[in-house]
Design a protein around this ligand. Sequence first.
Ligand SMILES: [Mg+2]
Length: 253
Amino acid sequence: MTASLPQDLVDRLREIPAEAPLLVCSDFDGTLAPIVTRPEDARPLPGVADQLVRLAGTDHTCVAVVSGRSLADLAALSGFADPVTLVGSHGGEFTSGFVSEITPQQEELLRQLDDVLTRMIADAPGAELERKPLSIAVHVRQATRPDAERVLGAVQEGPALWPGVHPTAGKEVLELAVQQVDKGSAVEHLRRQCGDGATVVFIGDDVTDERAFQALRPEDVGVKVGDGETAAAYRVPAVSDVPPILTLLAALR
Ligand SMILES: [Mg+2]
């Protein structure tokens, strides 16, 4: 199973002490689930759910899936559940109890964003809004290229600049949050839950995963899936390379 993995990554994972706490975090879309045209069609690779449960059942090991999707969406599409911790909205929503409080001002800002974004995508067929508890994501994967560029440009120069709005760009998506959350702070929160000094293995493919890679410590392991600039020390070419990593980790615990 490990034959296809880069040897430097295999060697590095073998160095993680088996008796010390380990937190394995993975992104969902493009990492455990192949990217699809319609976001609602995303499903994990066959067998991945069982692999995550098996890994979470090994000694001193915590497993979390950290996604930009809403927690409800992530749970429904992935089918993942306890003992796998699910984190939605880039760290804004945790199954393990922690949910960021939204203030009345932030709620009002979210309503204003909804109004203006709804108008902005009205004449761009295929563009969609995804409403989450702390943010609204503008998806343009299914819009024509000129419409996609026009909508994203207008959002970037408009509501993305409003005070109190935190924009995050992803693949074919621009998300506007009313509270600063990112995968880096999510990883630190999960690390504290898992056990003091836990080593982290983080696997992800998108620009939003870079915040997590940047938050890693020297003893942690970041694995970028696919092309693109990254702060991760290791890289695998495709989603199909991720299950062998999970298998190897389970075997090493
Ligand atoms: Mg992803």
